[in-house]
Design a protein around this ligand. Structure first.
Ligand code: ZN
Length: 373
């Protein structure tokens, strides 16, 4: 299996600045580094190199996308506001949306990295691919950035893939711990892109409910699984096996994308989920299997969140070991997932099961069953 890894040193240079920027000019927050530092992402790359896996992957670099490409998802005025702010020394477009000097160009590289990974798979240069990009993108809406996301990396790259490669059906699975509101918005009325998000309930206020299932022609083509805090491997695997797998089998995508946030990891400071590196290994194996069954193995992941600099790289390594089919022998210091954990706190709990059952019920709706061919 040849796995592509798209990365660029400059993606690590997007500077989110001071921790106070999330809260405006709050007078009582001590100055300090922002939670979104390059460190957890750079450490992924470094662990891939140290483990020897990087040498067995096919690396490539992104090209930035143009403003016209961004406007497939975003308003021209918003794109221009990011460009102008970055060109005039930087500033903020609101809480959680800092734009440093030169930030526009760096943010367009994150979109370009996702696009490059997709192109590499669709051109059969590699079997599957991971875009290690930053800043993240899945919260960015049409006319504003949000939650550390400037441009909608996955959504724009999906539009580009459909335009440039003539794809008719794309599935996007978002396993970031926070709801992929921007991706959902971009395709909410679009039956050609099936968006599925597993996330921690109520973290993004007003978004990510099970009943948000799409609108108009897109009704039935958006599935949210807002799991309760404390959900672990059992809940995530049940969400994939009972909802995502049957939904994808009906939809029959030509490409499966994953908005790969790793902040559902148990030690992440921004969420309260319980995943371990092996959880991501098992989840990746299932999606690889689905991609193999449905779309010639075309699986592309684009990096989103993940803020524990120690644990996040081991989650990414588990994903990429699975995608490459290579075990490096590197031991996760947090340990393997043991059988007793799957029978204990990592198992599917009744209150988590209830959410999955609600999402499962959506699969019976006529729209969802109405597969395009
Ligand atoms: Zn997140």
């Amino acid at each position: 299996m040849t796995t592509g890894l798209v990365w660029d040193e400059r993606c690590f240079w997007y500077d989110f600045g001071d921790s106070r920027s999330l809260f405006g000019a709050h007078p009582h927050i001590q100055p300090g580094s922002h939670i979104e530092t390059p460190e957890s992402k750079r450490r992924i790359l470094n662990l891939l190199a140290a483990s020897g896996l990087l040498a067995q992957m096919r690396e490539s670099r992104p090209s930035p996308v143009g403003a016209g490409d961004l406007c497939l998802v975003h308003d021209e005025a918003y794109v221009e506001s990011v460009r102008a702010l970055g060109a005039s020394g930087g500033g903020s477009l609101g809480p959680g949306v800092p734009v440093p000097a030169g930030g526009y160009e760096l943010a367009t590289l994150a979109v370009g990295g996702t696009r490059r990974a997709i192109d590499a798979v669709l051109r059969a240069e590699v079997d599957n691919a991971y875009a290690l990009v930053r800043p993240p993108g899945h919260h960015a809406e049409r006319d504003h950035g949000m939650g550390l996301c400037i441009f909608a990396n996955v959504a724009v790259a999906t539009k580009l893939a459909m335009r440039d490669h003539g794809l008719r059906r794309v599935a996007i699975v978002d396993w970031d711990a926070h709801h992929g509101n921007g991706t959902e918005s971009a395709f909410y009325e679009d039956p050609s892109v099936f968006t599925l998000s597993i996330h921690q309930d109520m973290v993004i206020p007003g978004r990510g409910a099970v009943c948000d299932a799409g609108r108009g022609a897109g009704k039935g083509y958006n599935i949210n699984m807002p799991l309760p805090p404390g959900s672990g491997t059992g809940a995530y695997l049940a969400a994939i096996d009972r909802v995502i797998a049957p939904a994808l089998r009906r939809f029959h995508p030509e490409l499966i994308l994953v908005a790969s946030g790793l902040d559902a990891c148990a030690s992440d400071p921004t969420a309260r989920m319980l995943l371990l590196s092996d959880s991501y290994r098992f989840m990746t194996a299932r999606l690889l299997e689905l991609a193999g069954e449905l779309c010639g193995g075309r699986l592309v992941m684009s990096h989103e969140g993940g803020y524990d600099p120690t644990a996040t790289p081991f989650c990414a390594l588990a994903i990429l070991e699975t995608m490459t089919g290579i075990r490096t022998g590197v031991q996760d210091p947090f340990g393997p997932l043991r059988e007793e954990e799957l029978a204990g706190h990592q198992r599917l709990q009744p209150h988590q099961e209830a959410v999955i059952a609600q999402a499962e019920a959506l699969l019976g709706t006529p729209r969802c069953a109405q597969q395009t061919s």
